[in-house]
Design a protein around this ligand. Structure first.
Ligand code: ADP
Length: 353
């Protein structure tokens, strides 16, 4: 097979791999709601300021920016930052994810299609297979890949020079990254949960983009229940808007409308939903407050262990409702107080529509 034929067949394969794992609704809205420039990125001040310096330095040197790793819980803006960096650097961005790159060949297809200065964004980079990961090392280090074409006696090793590119990796579990992969990144940033004020600014900005009129204290009320996460804040804003429209309330969205929507959605004042509440209730009721292993909890809750670790636990840890000990997960005084307060929202009987 000629190099061109080979490259064309990979191009087709590659197109299938370039994706982003979000719901369709999230994807459509992400496009319209994502901040486009660093100056529009709300919160994460230290990360943003340090990025400004890195970008300026790279632009001055006329070189691609160094490979960069973003870590932190889902929905905090890792992908948005990758797109922003591409825009600020005037570069193209290719988006894929660890689980989508099944074979080393998939990665070759992606890498050989990159132009000089392009950004390659790999989400969930901790989920790359070992073989694929090893392929990435020389590509990151000196923009080279070494691959075998054909099989048996016709097998040949071809060295391929890539155009200088920047790899931006994102991970919800930086602890699972292997040391050799981690060592090949030059810049590391950890994104933490947003505070209520920042989230309310994000909600007001999204409302403007969606042409939704909302009062400031209503935005604050959504922010309080958004679990420190912009993606959740935007989702809740959409649900409130739907509720407001269906009820044919013409006025501006107020705090009361937010409270009613949250009641219907089963989201309480702290932002916990039914799944998160079940998580802590089960530790209390079945395991007397813990400690209990995460595998056991996942089995009892009939949920994936990764879902619990990635999406439910981080916020419970953040607000001090949960402790992670060497013997397993344990509830804290505050979560026991919360469970005993009786302020939990019951599963709603009422239908939204
Ligand atoms: P991650 O890659 O960390 O899962 P995303 O970058 O996909 O998160 O962010 C999810 C959504 O949240 C985006 O579509 C964007 O609308 C919004 N968002 C995230 N961070 C910010 C921010 N700092 N300012 C405004 N919107 C944000």
């Amino acid at each position: 097979m000629s190099r061109r034929q080979w490259s064309n067949s990979y191009m087709e394969e590659t197109k299938k791999l370039i994706l982003k794992q979000e719901t369709e609704e999230d994807q459509i809205l992400s496009l319209s709601l994502r901040p486009h420039r660093l100056k529009d990125f709300i919160g994460q001040r230290e990360v943003v300021e340090s990025l400004i310096v890195s970008l300026k330095a790279a632009q001055k040197r006329k070189e691609p920016i160094e490979h960069m790793l973003f870590s932190g819980p889902p929905g905090l803006g890792k992908t948005s930052l990758a797109y922003i960096i591409a825009r600020e650097m005037d570069a193209r961005v290719t988006v894929t994810s660890g689980p989508a790159i099944g074979r080393a060949g998939d990665l070759i297809g992606i890498l050989t299609n990159l132009e000089g200065g392009d950004i390659l964004f790999i989400d969930e980079i901790h989920r790359l297979s070992k073989m694929v990961e090893e392929f990435l090392y020389p590509a990151m280090e000196n923009y080279q890949i070494d691959f075998i074409v054909d099989k048996g006696p016709y097998a040949k090793s071809i060295k391929f020079n890539l155009k200088p590119f920047t790899l931006i990796g994102a991970t919800t579990r930086s602890g699972l990254l292997t040391a050799p992969l981690r060592d090949r990144f030059g810049i590391f940033h950890h994104l933490d949960f947003y505070d209520v004020k920042e989230l309310s600014q994000i909600i007001l900005s999204s409302a403007r983009k969606l042409d939704v009129a909302i009062e400031e204290d209503a935005a604050l009320e959504i922010a309080q229940r958004a679990r420190g996460t912009p993606r959740i804040a935007n989702r809740l804003l959409r649900r409130v808007r739907d509720f407001h429209q269906v009820r044919q309330l013409n006025s501006t969205i107020d705090k009361q409308t937010v409270e009613q929507t949250m009641q219907i959605l089963g989201i309480d004042q702290v932002g916990l939903d039914e799944v998160a509440r079940r998580f802590i209730k089960i530790i209390e009721e079945y395991y007397h407050g813990g400690p209990v292993g995460i595998e056991t909890l996942a089995a009892t809750l009939n949920e994936e262990e990764d879902t619990l670790v990635d999406t439910i636990e981080p916020f419970l840890l953040k607000i001090g409702f949960l402790k992670r000990t060497s013997r397993g997960r344990e509830l804290t005084e505050s979560s026991l107080r919360y469970l005993n307060s009786g302020s939990l929202i019951r599963k709603p009987q009422q239908q939204l529509f």
